[in-house]
Design a protein. Structure first.
Length: 166
């Protein structure tokens, strides 16, 4: 019998409170600031948050339902199955996260009105100014374009560091 070598499971690196402040400061002023704030408040993965539709959000009940992940597949944005079976879940949201989502809703209503007939109703929570889903890569690009010296500009930085260990 041949035994496979053991693979040591490594816990993902998590951001310190100071790095989280740095992340939110870097995102401030971009259209992705609410996305990164929601990641910090909920521990969602970036693709999970970007796949959220308003039908998955229960602001009165204080939960969001995770049903998929948004990613680029064969050059197109698509919602696919979550990373694991346990990833399909309901996530409680805090009062600040609820307020944040209400602000996103109001901003989206303003953008819908300004866009007029150019608006594309997709139902996504995080959209472009024309209603299209936000590309996950653009969220990272927005951070990497911020001033040097911020944690988010360091090699190997990923917003998945906002996730809390299980």
């Amino acid at each position: 019998m041949i035994r496979r070598p053991r693979v040591t499971a490594k816990e993902a690196a998590h951001l310190t409170p100071a790095q989280i402040v740095d992340l939110l400061r870097a995102a401030a002023g971009t259209r992705y600031a609410p996305l990164f704030a929601l990641l910090v408040h909920t521990g969602l993965r970036r693709g999970e948050a970007l796949a959220l539709r308003w039908s998955d959000v229960d602001l009165d009940g204080g939960t969001v339902r995770i049903r998929g992940t948004l990613s680029r597949i064969d050059g197109r944005l698509a919602v696919s199955e979550p990373k694991t079976a346990k990833s399909k879940r309901f996530v409680p949201i805090s009062a600040p996260a609820e307020e944040l989502l209400r602000e996103v809703q109001a901003t989206q209503a303003d953008e819908r009105q300004r866009a007029g007939s150019a608006w594309r109703e997709t139902g996504f929570v995080f959209t472009t100014e024309f209603g299209e889903p936000c590309d996950p890569r653009n969220a990272l690009r927005a951070l990497k374009s911020r001033p040097p010296g911020l944690a988010c500009r360091r090699p190997g930085y990923t917003p998945s560091g906002t996730r809390q260990p299980a």
